[in-house]
Design a protein. Structure first.
Length: 470
């Protein structure tokens, strides 16, 4: 295939494979070289008789002057092609304000971008949205995901099709697109943020990829081969996990017999199903949360009662009626309080992440006043309070909510009180994270014995003071 024809032919092949017409799609057009090549290729493929649709989005993250110049280019280019252009804009400071909740400015911008594209696509009655991601984007994504700890699904890279999003250029290198535009004398815009070092992808592209290419000259082909292997592994494991699913969850016997990789994928499928009908359908569920739930299910006895395995991301992983399931958390939160709770499982001392911005450190000290190391057994669950929680005290079993009330812990603080639980039940209620007293499980066998040390817990991003040691 000649360089002159490659983008047009790649787009034509994509549309044919996915049973789409050139007038069924909306192009996400930024004015950059990749999307300029995509819009130009679609215009040539459609010819003068079929309409071309494009959408340009202002994320309000660059200078007013740069955005105005880009918009002028985009509007002029679409006018020359006869393309119908939709424009969507974020408010100044809007995405920065959402960054902490979205996982960064990049993530907030991406979420806004796809929301606006879908709004335009749906309004026009089109079948799909096309983006100009190419082979270099795929490789950079795989590198970032590898160093972020992704599994097979993440290492497979960017899918050619996901829902209403299509990516026809994934087998074309960035250099090929640039050469194609140069051969046609077609100008384009350069986003200044792509040249800076503020975003992870830019750092990977400018600093990491050149080093990798120098040490491993064939890295691109190797990454592609590894991605296909990861894709095949993920397809097999996800298929196995899907077969475990029943109408409400996974029967606990089947769950325990399956390999850990399959258990985790089954829980991800259940979590996706639980989120699908909510406003958080695109929410990300962390692997650590899923792994904690899967491991907890292995050691927890199945009874007639609903047992909570782990909580987080607005979900509750449960063991109920002999099945492992996932449901959306329905517990009402105090007004103005958006804390989702936390949960992790520790098999020994160490540092643990809780979601995107919280962390927990467990270690042993000789200082008394903490939880004795011989007062519990590993693994140890560290989590937030749940309805129905109770601890064994010298006066009998006591409901945690009643205990926290007696300790005068405010209602809006109770979600940040760490609960420690082992296989026999709740070990400790660390009220000291809110200025109250800690309470420990009664154990008469420890009276008068020498403690081998004391477990100390440090958490950040959980307690209201954001850094506490207990």
């Amino acid at each position: 295939m000649s360089r002159l024809a490659r983008p047009v032919d790649a787009l034509k092949d994509y549309l044919e494979v996915h049973c789409l017409g050139g007038d069924d799609v909306l192009v996400a057009f930024s004015g950059g070289p990749d999307s300029t090549a995509l819009l130009l290729a679609l215009s040539e493929l459609n010819g003068p008789r079929r309409p071309v649709y494009a959408c340009w989005i202002d994320h309000a993250l660059r200078s007013v002057e740069e955005i105005a110049a880009e918009r002028s280019f985009v509007e002029g280019f679409c006018l020359r092609l006869g393309a119908s252009l939709a424009v969507r804009q974020a408010g100044r400071g809007e995405l920065e304000a959402e960054a902490s909740m979205a996982g960064g400015v990049e993530a907030a911008a991406r979420r806004f971008r796809y929301r606006m594209l879908e709004e335009v696509r749906s309004g026009l009655g089109l079948k799909a949205i096309l983006t100009a991601h190419h082979a270099d984007d795929v490789r950079e994504t795989r590198i970032m995901r590898f160093f972020s700890g992704s599994g097979a699904a993440g290492l497979a890279g960017i899918p050619e099709e996901l829902g209403k999003i299509g990516r026809p250029f994934l087998r074309i290198d960035r250099g090929e697109l640039l050469s194609w535009l140069d051969l046609r004398g077609q100008p384009y815009r350069i986003d200044s943020t792509n040249e800076g070092a503020d975003y992870l992808r830019n750092l990977v592209r400018r600093e990491l990829v050149p080093v990798v290419a120098r040490i491993f000259p064939g890295f691109a082909e190797a990454l592609d081969a590894g991605a296909w292997k990861a894709h095949d592994d993920e397809t097999a494991l996800a298929g196995y996990a899907k077969e475990l699913l029943g109408p409400h969850g996974v029967p606990i016997d089947l769950f325990r017999e399956a390999p850990q990789a399959v258990r985790e994928r089954a829980l991800f499928l259940l979590a996706d199903k639980a989120l699908a009908e909510t406003e958080r359908a695109d929410a990300r569920v962390s692997w650590r949360l899923v792994r904690a739930a899967a491991l907890q299910a292995l050691r927890m006895e199945s009874t007639g009662q609903t047992r909570c395995l782990a909580e987080g991301s607005g979900l509750t992983f449960i063991l109920e009626n002999g099945e492992v399931g996932v449901r959306e958390r329905s517990e009402a939160r105090p007004a103005g309080h958006d804390f989702n709770g936390f949960s992790l499982i520790a098999h020994g001392p160490g540092m643990f992440r809780i979601g995107k911005a919280r962390s927990c450190r467990l270690y042993c000290r000789e200082e008394s006043g903490h939880l004795r190391m011989d007062a519990f057994s590993w693994p140890l669950v560290v989590r937030s309070r749940r309805p129905g929680d109770a601890i064994q005290t010298s006066g009998g079993r006591k409901n945690i909510d009643r205990l926290l009330s007696e300790l005068r812990v405010r209602v809006d603080q109770r979600k940040s009180v760490p609960i420690l639980e082992d296989a026999k039940g709740i070990v400790a209620v660390l009220g000291s994270f809110t200025g109250a007293r800690d309470r420990f499980r009664r154990n008469d066998l420890l009276v008068g014995t020498q403690a081998p040390g004391f477990l100390t817990l440090e958490m950040k991003g959980v307690a209201e003071n954001d850094a506490a040691r207990r």
